[in-house]
Ligand binder design. Sequence first.
Ligand SMILES: [Zn+2]
Length: 91
Amino acid sequence: MSVAESSAADVLHARVLAASGDGVLRQLAELHRPHPDDTIAGGGMPTCLGCDVDGPTSADPVWPCRTYTLLARAVLGVQDVEALFLSLRHR
Ligand SMILES: [Zn+2]
């Protein structure tokens, strides 16, 4: 299950990077990239490496985070990024 989930994140992330150009959008996408490791709590969802965590006891932010969702929506022209991600997970 972890393999399919991380590859779905990789696929979506690659699409966003490819559509982001070379400017600040790409920098934001690279900052908020998915955690490549699958040893994550929270039902096996990938976590965001770019979001700040409130404190040491806070849960890791789930990826795609709100920033990444906004970005992906803009560069991919997709309204529902979460649905796209879920569809990639369940290929
Ligand atoms: Zn983030």
